[in-house]
Design a protein. Sequence first.
Lengths: 179, 161
Amino acid sequence: MATYDLTKLKILVVDDNSNMRSLIASILKAFNCQEMHESETVEDAREILRDVEVDVVITDWHMLPEDGLDLVRYLRYDDESPNKYIPIIMLTGFSEYDRVLEARDAGVNEFLAKPIAPKSLYLRLASIIDSPREFIETETYFGPCRRRRDLGPPPGVEERRASAVETVDLDDVSAADSA
Amino acid sequence: MPLEPGQTHKVLDNPHDLSRHKQGDGPPEINHILLERAEEVVADFANEFIAQADADIETICAAFDAVVAGEDPAGSLNSIFETALNLKGQGGSFGYGLITEVADSLQAFTLGRDGVDDREQNIIRAHIDTLRLVVAKRMEGDGDEEAQSIVAGLRQLTEGV
């Protein structure tokens, strides 16, 4: 069996709500994470990312003036991104299906709908450590492969398509994995 | 590097290796001790949350009063939306699933609105009254049958409006 030592995992938590930041940080601390950074805004997050070699980003979506998707796009597409391959977990009060797709197409690795369940967060971190996804670059997308299952191309199509609508994994929408 | 002519995509190896944080092989083992510790942490936060929830409801009420008075309805409705979204995101995390459900209905109803008529105001008012009741009575979890039927009623009110 594989176990995970999160002691040295450097995590950046980005959320404009201080209660939520404290909660996530406390959950991570309960998981033995000792290297956590927090920021209230996307701008602060960028500064931290420039100074610290962060391993994983956990970000809220709805923030102002820039939101979580702005941060995701900065990390995936900006020339000044410190690491285009950094795993990103979007943890958000938005749970609608079209939101999941939007986050997926911006380049997040994992999507967790609030309210947060510790087990769900743990499993997402384990997944990121255990099964790093290959990255895909198309004319319009750069980010983790959006397929979770190898369904192959649709009937009558021989090549991989950039828009992998047939491979959406709705597991991401669930706020609690049997918590 | 740009795509080659005729190339639709590139598959890139992921250089971001976190395997040093993994020990052993085989299927992942969930560390139940750590999970229990994390659950205790969440329970400790619950008291702090409910005090903040009281404050959030006052924020929503103040914004609603502004809507009724015709003061910056779009901005006030957005304030209701944002506060409700925060409540939605936190309620269930702290064992107040009912708060999440009511707040979810409220944030969905106020999202993107720049004004509301009398009927819509009453719908918002019903949500606020329900949130007040849930928080005042510290109704944990998803509530009893009566509470669930109130939530169902709120959702029905908002459908198609």
